[in-house]
Design a protein around this ligand. Structure first.
Ligand code: HEC
Ligand code: HEC
Length: 534
């Protein structure tokens, strides 16, 4: 934990010593190494005739704190302490300080209640204990942790397993019915809930869509769903397992569509593309550069916790992870990690793997980092949690720019899944659509206002938006997040950056509350029917 008292006292000591040295050097007239300026005299010479003006900041200028070491003391605003910047319950003064965050230590599941700084911005490649003890520690901790995770998830969601009869994912997997987020007992229905004001929902703690944390947020890192670890047991972790049932995740393996070969449908014909079979599947279909890019997307390399050192979460040393270990077949297997852009680890948002389909039409990548090209993304992808210092100890990924450009080249031909009901202007073709789907489209462009942020060929505006979801619960604001595209959305559950919305029904309920749309039950069903066409 950051100890503000300790840091403050430490800074005072350093500051005090600096002041004393500077002061004595400056006051010794015959010291040739002393400062050439007599600050006391300089200050005294300032015109004092006009009354002091309130500039809104102070600079400490008393004889005991002279300007020292030729660095002026920084300005300090005089009016800042009482400001909460309109954040109310979301201001740090109202939130709990993060609990200690040593590697492997359990964290509360409701991390949205917490805020503040950690011990350090810098990671180390060292375990907090010897390897044998590390394995033992998790052998003890994991069963209890996973029982608690299960109980927590079941309290939040009713994973009933009911599927929609009306639609399937592109490769044929069932699509789950929702909403599965559980309503608090005090709310009679989602419709009743949506009638309440944001303040009332917050005051009565009724919001069913609070953020979702990584089940082990201190170690965190890449966590693969069961459907993946069954096929790839080398990615099973000793410390934690996935927390969402496979039915509520994308299909595995998902179909892969190429913009350059639409006629092929699923190019893989149901196979998961690997380093072992990519050549056979793609040779003669791709350019030489795309082939090289694809190979690189499939090549495993070490990461913070999947590697050959003891700083790892697999029982055996690991060859590492490849891009397509999560973005399977250019889509997603639902694996999660933490967004790399904040510290401490407890402050990082859980993010589930977005699809790479249709990235050719996106101008903004990553929920928070606002990366502007796929090539750049491939270059910076956070294999080391955004801490390049770890790379030296664990083994570099070391992709040269030329290669990451080619990874971008392959990425750029991954097509969205077919949407046979959409015309060239991205409108439903009336003869092909049902009445409910057409009503849904009208709502999307009208009363439900979805089109304000989800427009164009990918149904995305390429901006980041602050939905200010913290209006509905007392917690730390998550800030602006990029809009995700809705084209092909039926293939990409669960929804929102952290997957807190397991079904499209949950997504519609979420936006109905957050945007205060007051949609009826039928209108919400129509909207889901429309989203399934995109
Ligand atoms: C743990 C599994 C995992 C691996 C391995 C992985 N990614 Fe990702 N990828 C993610 C997650 C999670 C995000 C969302 C990050 C965020 O929102 O900050 C993401 C985001 C992206 C995005 C932006 C998508 C969007 O819609 O904004 C691109 C592009 C991407 N990854 C490419 C890659 C490449 C290239 C590699 C290999 C160098 C790679 N990924 C490896 C999980 C993974
Ligand atoms: C003010 C802009 C805005 C409006 C209006 C809006 N959205 Fe979104 N949408 C977003 C943002 C931003 C995200 C990503 C938020 C996050 O991940 O925290 C998002 C995410 C989603 C997702 C999840 C995508 C994914 O891949 O996980 C769905 C589904 C969605 N929106 C549907 C809708 C529907 C339906 C409507 C209309 C009822 C709507 N949105 C209105 C901005 C908007």
């Amino acid at each position: 934990m950051l100890n503000p008292g300790r840091i403050f006292r430490g800074s005072l000591a350093v500051f005090g010593a600096g002041v004393l040295i500077g002061y004595f050097l400056a006051r010794q007239p015959d010291n040739p190494a002393g400062f050439p300026v007599d600050f006391d005299r300089a200050l005294a010479a300032e015109p004092s005739s006009s009354p002091p003006r309130d500039r809104g900041y102070t600079t400490p200028r008393t004889p005991t704190t002279p300007l020292h070491l030729l660095q002026s003391p920084a300005a300090v605003a005089t009016n800042r302490q009482e400001h909460d910047f309109g954040l109310g319950d979301g201001h740090i003064s109202k939130l709990l300080p993060y609990p200690p965050g040593g590697k492997g230590v359990r964290t509360p599941f409701d991390l949205w209640r917490y805020a503040g700084a950690g011990d350090s911005s810098f990671g180390t490649p060292t375990l907090p204990m010897p390897w044998d003890k590390w394995v033992e520690f998790h052998r003890d901790q994991k069963p209890k942790l996973m029982a608690d995770v299960k109980a927590y998830m079941n309290r939040r969601f009713n994973f009933s397993g009911a599927a929609l009869a009306s639609a399937k994912m592109s490769g044929g997997k069932a699509i789950m019915k929702g909403p599965v987020a559980r309503l608090p007992l005090a709310a009679a229905s989602f419709e009743e809930l949506a009638k309440l004001s944001a303040d009332e929902i917050k005051r009565r703690d009724l919001f069913p869509f609070k953020p979702l944390a990584h089940p082990l947020q201190t170690t965190a890192h890449m966590l693969f769903p069961q459907q993946w670890t069954m096929a790839h047991p080398e990615h099973e972790r000793i410390d934690v397992d996935f927390d969402i049932p496979d039915e509520y995740l994308p299909e595995f393996p998902p179909p892969l569509f190429l913009t350059t070969h639409k006629e092929l449908g699923d190019v893989t014909r149901g196979r998961e593309v690997t380093l072992g079979n990519y050549y056979e599947i793609f040779n003669g279909l791709l350019t030489a550069e795309q082939m090289e890019g694809l190979k690189e997307l499939l090549r495993p390399s070490p990461t913070t916790w999947f590697n050959q050192t003891t700083h790892r979460v697999t029982l055996e040393p690991s060859a590492g992870v490849s891009c397509l270990s999560c973005h399977v077949n250019g889509h997603s297997n639902g694996a999660i990690e933490l967004a790399p852009d904040s510290r401490p680890n407890q402050a990082r948002l859980r993010v589930d793997t977005p699809t790479l389909r249709g990235n050719f039409n996106l101008m903004q990548f990553s929920s928070k980092r606002s990366i502007r090209s796929m090539d750049h993304f491939a270059e910076v992808e956070e294999y080391f949690d955004g801490d390049p210092g770890l790379m030296q100890a664990i083994g570099p990924r070391g992709v040269q720019k030329q290669i990451s450009n080619r990874m971008g080249d392959f990425n750029a031909i991954l097509d969205f899944p077919p949407a046979p009901k959409l015309g060239p202007l991205y409108k439903l073709i009336p003869e092909k659509a049902t009445a409910a789907e057409l009503r849904g489209e009208k709502l999307f462009h009208g009363k439900a206002q979805c089109v304000a942020c989800h427009s164009g060929p990918a149904f995305v505006d390429d901006y980041m938006h602050d939905l200010k979801v913290e209006r509905f619960y007392a917690g730390r604001p998550e800030g602006p997040i990029k809009t995700f595209p809705l084209r092909g959305i039926k293939d990409s559950p669960p929804y929102l950056h952290d997957g807190r919305l397991p079904t499209l029904h949950d997504a519609v309920e979420f936006f109905n509350v957050v945007l205060e749309l007051k949609l009826s039950k039928d209108e919400k069903d129509d909207l889901v029917a429309y989203l399934l066409c995109l």
